[in-house]
Design a protein around this ligand. Structure first.
Ligand SMILES: [Zn+2]
Length: 453
């Protein structure tokens, strides 16, 4: 058992969207929130507590939930490394090393929807068992792709399974692959609904038929498994929603028809602007072609404007970071999405916090149990030195995150995590290029290069 902690004196933002409450105590016992306010203080007086945290002048809020991470990718320097050089065992160890950084960034839960091999499920279980320190996880297996591939286009094989992807050709293969992943413990099935086609200029196009998406959703749902889809154009978002996809990533360039479909289906949205934002802001430093920087920024602006309508209509928004790539390193960018929701979608900081906490519980499939500071909920709590309602960017500053409590247990934030080097056998030919500069690129020259890798 985790013992008991009284956190007192702080301003509580409970994650429900209710106004902040100054000077409210929170009592944690055996991994749960058992009392708030004067009841918490009285209970602590009557029965004692193991630990006390003085949060005077600080903010007390739920742990962040990042609904779009790739911890098993281990910050690859290129697609070649990710697809061809990584071994399963080394990637597992790298994932375990990285998991601690996520937790220290105040992220107490993540959805790792597509993972190398089955590492996500194994990492989830190792964290749950106390073997590895990290955030609570929900995991998928290899991303499902059609023969057309996904963002990596022709770098994906025509058929069969690699660490990164599984190409499902035909209904039987599709159904069996979903059943296989479920057999080995996935919580979610991830589908790459859009991909890059070299002969078709411009952004990604839909590479799944509606009927295929229906088959995925029906098969997964029958076995109590949810479906998340990568959709970087409008008709993919529309079809995914109509087919029953539970959570949509990106939703780039969605039009009004797609918004209608999302609202009607009740799909949750995780646009993951952070990845594009990082590319737009820092892409030049990692070799992204200058003309692409504006493309990334435009994708955010156009998409965010449309998604604002979906938000106003009550669609559930979750925060995601794509953590695990070279431009979104582990433990660094998890809270940027809140800032982007405020800047690009006009959310209030409170709405962004709700997206990153209460709404994230949907990704964890723990909506009744997680994401808010309410009686009976799992005790995932942050103490922040400052007021995120005044400036939500404060959640990106690790020195302002003074306490991280996961399931009622205080996490060590001070012992340094040793630096690691990249092992030489993982290093690749295009070290100068970031993976996403190539994989998200649309120029003829880049596509040509990809097709020869
Ligand atoms: Zn992703």
């Amino acid at each position: 058992m985790s013992g008991s902690i009284l956190i007192s004196g702080g301003t509580v933002i409970d994650g429900t969207g209710a106004p902040a409450r100054p000077g409210e105590a929170v009592l944690l016992r055996d991994g749960r929130i058992t009392a708030l306010g004067t009841q918490a203080v009285d209970d602590a007086e009557a029965h004692g507590v193991d630990e006390r945290i003085d949060a005077t002048g600080r903010t007390v809020m739920p742990g962040l939930i990042d609904a779009h991470t790739h911890l098993t990718f281990g910050e690859p320097t290129g697609n070649d490394e990710l697809f061809n050089h990584r071994t399963e065992a080394y990637s597992s160890m790298l994932s375990a090393y990285n998991a601690r950084k996520v937790l220290r960034a105040g992220v107490t839960s993540v959805l790792d929807a597509d993972c190398l091999w089955n590492i996500g499920c194994e990492l989830r279980d190792a964290i749950e068992a106390g073997i590895v320190e990290g955030p609570r996880m929900r995991a998928g297996g290899q991303a499902l792709m059609t023969m057309l591939g996904g963002t990596a286009g022709r770098m994906i094989k025509d058929e069969g399974r690699t660490g990164y992807a599984t190409v499902v050709t035909g209904r039987d293969v599709m159904v069996n692959e979903i059943r296989r992943q479920i057999k080995y413990g996935v919580d979610w099935i991830k589908v790459m609904v859009t991909g890059l086609i070299p002969s078709m200029k411009g952004p990604e196009v839909k590479v799944w038929s509606f009927d295929e998406l229906r088959t995925v959703c029906d098969t997964a749902h029958e076995l109590n498994t949810k479906v998340v889809a990568h959709c970087r154009n409008s008709d993919s978002t529309r079809d995914a929603a109509r087919a029953g996809v539970d959570l949509i990533y990106h939703a780039s360039y969605l039009d009004d028809e797609a918004i209608e479909a999302v609202i009607e289906a009740g799909s949750a949205m995780c646009p993951t602007f952070t990845l594009l934002g990082n590319l737009a802001d820092y892409g030049a430093k990692v070799g992204t072609a200058p003309e692409l920087l504006d493309v990334f920024r435009a994708e955010i602006e156009v998409t965010a404007k449309q998604l604002t309508k979906a938000h106003a209509a009550g669609v559930k928004f979750l925060t995601g970071s794509e953590t695990g790539f070279a431009v979104t390193p582990v433990g660094e960018w998890h809270a940027r999405e809140l800032e982007m929701f405020v800047d690009y979608m006009g959310m209030s900081p409170m709405e962004a916090i709700v997206a990153a906490t209460r709404n994230g519980a949907f990704a964890m499939r723990m909506e009744d149990d997680l994401g808010t500071l309410e009686h009976g909920k799992v005790a995932d709590v942050l103490v922040i030195d400052g007021d995120p309602l005044a400036d939500v960017r404060i959640l990106q500053q690790k020195d302002k995150i003074v306490e991280v409590v996961k399931a009622g247990k205080r996490i060590d934030l001070t012992t340094p995590i040793p630096e690691h080097k990249q092992r030489t056998s993982d290093q690749v030919r295009f070290l100068a290029a970031c993976p996403l500069t190539r994989s998200l690129a649309f120029t003829e020259e880049q596509l040509e290069r990809m097709s020869h890798v």
